[in-house]
Write a protein that binds this ligand. Structure first.
Ligand code: PLP
Length: 391
């Protein structure tokens, strides 16, 4: 094994690379989380997060992973035996469904082939059939990190409205927030679920909910047991910049800096950067003659691209090879895509040359692994990056 020099290439679709600026912001002594200096930080990050979610409602921050924020969304709004509508877009939709079932929520799970997003017309149809309004929520994964497919939340909202159904809309923005457009208020989302380690460019450790008024009203009647996840004590303490239990103080310093970086670049430019990287990656994949897991161009994810290998090739063997030889980490195939697909994360703190380096590693790896595919993917990506480098 050659000695490692230079930086590791972390191109999984989260956790993502943490910018040096954010690392430095977290590298500080611990403060009293019940003292006045901390309250200022608490108020600032809570208010800044609203801008990222595009909401005037509340945002709460848990010391948790995204899974905790899933649980918080459900336990704060639902009662035992309540029914929700979920869609099998991929592994993360399956995991959210399993979590709901374990909590005692009933799930109408619309089967999917893991290659498409949520079809708004099926949302409308299912809700129109539910005349008794038994469905209490529609739960959608915005960006399915296991497949690189993005569902169209605005169109799903419109479908719910056409059906005239009162169900809450809950959206998992774990891998979309801060990378692709998400509009909490405009799209009438009632609860968003998110976390720190993807587009927010932080280490894992913060779980987020953005909460609209309709969800707060639903919370008054919700009877699923909760304590740690309860919004009420959180919102009460947050009003003064504090938390009901010990927050992840140094991650919040990092969050403040990461939000400053996103504000400086401007969200529209951040999204355009991700769109460019995704298009360059897709051009590479097409030139290699490989297949994108996502079948619908209108659902391509700008966060990651999941790539299928031809029959007879093991994607995890390819991943191991590029890690061993080039110190590049690619995302593994998850669930039923294990061994069949690998994922290239192109989100967070990266630029043209980071992406180019990652694609070089993939192309060299494909050649070394003897995968039946063409060369020229890197050339195609570089041509596109060059042509569009003017901004
Ligand atoms: N939802 C999506 C879309 C994800 O990509 C992930 C993790 O990658 C999760 C939920 C679960 O988040 P965590 O692993 O932080 O609990």
């Amino acid at each position: 094994m050659p000695a490692k020099a230079g930086r590791h290439f972390l191109q999984i679709p989260g956790p993502t690379n943490v910018p040096d600026r954010v690392l430095r912001a977290m590298d500080r002594p611990i403060v009293d989380h019940r003292g006045p200096a901390f309250a200022k930080l608490g108020l600032r990050v809570l208010s800044r997060l609203k801008g990222i979610f595009k909401t005037n409602g509340h945002v709460v921050i848990y010391p948790s992973s995204g899974t905790g924020a899933w649980e918080a969304a459900l336990t704060n709004t639902l009662s035992p035996g309540d029914r929700v509508l979920m869609f099998e877009t991929g592994q993360f939709a399956v995991l959210w469904r399993d979590l709901a079932l374990r909590l005692g929520v009933e799930v109408d799970f619309v089967a999917g082939d893991w290659r498409r997003g949520v079809d708004p017309s099926i949302v409308e149809q299912r809700l129109a059939q539910d005349r008794a309004h038994r469905l209490k929520a529609v739960c959608v994964v915005h960006n399915e990190t296991s497949t690189g497919v993005a569902s169209r939340i605005g169109e799903i909202r419109a479908a719910i409205d056409r059906a005239g159904h009162p169900a809450l809309l809950m959206v998992d923005t774990v891998s979309s927030l801060g990378s692709i457009d998400y509009r909490h208020d405009e799209w009438g989302v009632d609860v968003a679920v998110s976390c720190s380690q993807k587009g927010l460019m932080l280490p894992p450790g913060l779980g987020l909910n953005a909460i609209g008024q309709k969800a707060l009203d639903a919370a008054k009647a919700a009877r699923l047991p909760k304590s740690y996840w309860d919004w009420q004590p959180m919102l009460k303490a947050n009003a003064d910049g504090f938390f009901p239990y010990t927050p992840a103080t140094n991650l919040l310093y990092g969050l403040d800096e990461a939000l400053a970086m996103l504000e400086e670049e401007g969200l529209d430019r951040v999204f355009a950067r991700h769109d460019r990287f995704a298009e360059a990656t897709r051009r590479a994949v097409a030139a290699w003659g490989l297949e994108n897991v996502c079948l619908e161009a209108k659902e391509y994810s700008s966060v990651l691209t999941a790539v299928l290998l031809p029959e007879g090739h093991d994607a995890d063997r390819l991943r191991k090879l590029v890690l061993d030889r080039f110190d590049l980490s690619l995302g593994t195939g998850l669930g039923k895509l294990q061994g069949k697909a690998f994922r290239i994360g192109h989100l967070g703190d990266l630029n043209d040359l980071t992406l180019a380096g990652a694609l070089c590693g993939v192309e060299m790896g494909l050649g070394l692994a003897g995968v039946a595919c063409q060369k020229g993917g890197v050339d195609a990506a570089l041509r596109y990056l060059g042509e569009t480098s003017g901004g």
